[in-house]
Write a protein that binds this ligand. Structure first.
Ligand code: PAF
Length: 283
C-alpha cells in the first residue's frame, strides 16, 4: 500500500490508473478505523479494481466548541488495517495542503437538506463536509465512493452535491455496521466511559421500539416521538438532540410514518458524547 500526502501526487497516481484502465473505488474517512470502515473498504474493493482511502480529520466540518482536537487518531494502526484490507493508496494530506493560504471557496448544499437534523446543532458542518468531499473527489477522481448510512443526512447531502455539480462519481451507501449489542459503530464510541455504554444503547433500542410500535399500528410521528423521548430519557445521562421522522430522500419531516420514513436520532450521553443512529420504521 502506498501512503500519499500531497494532493498533486494523489491526482498524478489517479490519472495513471485511469490511463491504464483501472477503476478507482474511494472511501473517505477521518480515520481511527473500526469494522464499519473496513466494511466500506471491502465494498469498494468488490466494485472497483483499486481502492483509495482518505484519512483526513477535516477541520472545516467541526464547530468551534466541537471535538476537532480530541478526535481519536492512530495513524500507525490505521495504515496497518488499511494495508491488510488490500487498500492501494492511503491518502493522508495535511490541513495546510488541503486548505492552503488564500483558499476561499466553499460548497454549500441547499437548506432543504442541511438546515434540519444535525444541521440545527452543527451549523456549517455540511458545508465543511461538502467542500472537503468535493475537493477529495477532484483530487482522487474516483469512479465510485462508498459512504456509511449511519450518517444518513451526510449521504443525502453528498448525493445532492454530486448530482448538482455533475461530479460523475457513483455514490454507494453501505448499511450501518453494529456491535453485537446493537450500538452503531463510530469512532466517537471511544469517548464513552464504561458506565455510559448502556446509555449509548438507548439509540438502537429506540429504533427497535419505534419499529415495534409501528408494526402494532402506531403511525402518528408526534405520538411515536413522545414515546421514544420518554424511552431514551429513561437511560442515565441521556439528553435528546433530535428524534425526527423524515422522508428517506428529501429529509422533510413526516406527520405519518410510512415505507419511505427514516427515523433519525441524535442523543448526547453525559453532556459530551453526541451519537447518531437511524433506520427504517417500516418495511
Ligand atoms: O463521515 C466522515 O467521516 C466525514 O464526514 C467525511 C465524509 C470523511 C468527510 O470529512
Amino acid at each position: 500500500m502506498q501512503i500519499i500526502r500531497q494532493p498533486a501526487a494523489m491526482t498524478a497516481w489517479a490519472k495513471e490508473q485511469s490511463k491504464a484502465g483501472h477503476s478507482i473505488g474511494f472511501v473517505p474517512t477521518m480515520g481511527f478505523f473500526h469494522q464499519g470502515h473496513l466494511s466500506l473498504m471491502r465494498m469498494a474493493a468488490s466494485r472497483a479494481a483499486l481502492v483509495v482511502v482518505s484519512l483526513f480529520v477535516n477541520p472545516t466540518q467541526f464547530g468551534p466548541q466541537e471535538d476537532l482536537a480530541a478526535y481519536p487518531r492512530d495513524f500507525e494502526r490505521d495504515s496497518t488495517l488499511a494495508a491488510e484490507a488490500g487498500v492501494a493508496v492511503l491518502f493522508a494530506p495535511d490541513a495546510a495542503d488541503m486548505y492552503p493560504k488564500g483558499c476561499s471557496t466553499t460548497v454549500t448544499v441547499g437548506n432543504e437538506l442541511t438546515s434540519q437534523l444535525c444541521g440545527v446543532s452543527r451549523p456549517g458542518h455540511f458545508a465543511g463536509v461538502a467542500t472537503v468531499v468535493c475537493k477529495l473527489f477532484n483530487i482522487i477522481q474516483p469512479d465510485l465512493a462508498v459512504f456509511g448510512e449511519k450518517d444518513w443526512q451526510q449521504l443525502a447531502v453528498i448525493r445532492r452535491m454530486t448530482a448538482d455539480l455533475n461530479l460523475g462519481v457513483e455514490i454507494v451507501g453501505h448499511p450501518i455496521v453494529r456491535e453485537a449489542d446493537g450500538l452503531a459503530m463510530s469512532s466517537r464510541n471511544t469517548y464513552l466511559a464504561p458506565s455510559q455504554r448502556e446509555s449509548a444503547l438507548s439509540l438502537s433500542r429506540a429504533l427497535a421500539l419505534a419499529r415495534k410500535l409501528a408494526a402494532e399500528g402506531e403511525r402518528n410521528t408526534a405520538r411515536l416521538t413522545a414515546a421514544l423521548r420518554d424511552f431514551i430519557l429513561s437511560f442515565p445521562e441521556t439528553a435528546v438532540d433530535y428524534i425526527s421522522f423524515v422522508h428517506q430522500h428529501t429529509l422533510q419531516e413526516l406527520a405519518q410514518a410510512d415505507e419511505d420514513t427514516v427515523l433519525a436520532l441524535a442523543v448526547k450521553i453525559g453532556g459530551r458524547v453526541r451519537l447518531i443512529d437511524n433506520g427504517r420504521v417500516l418495511g
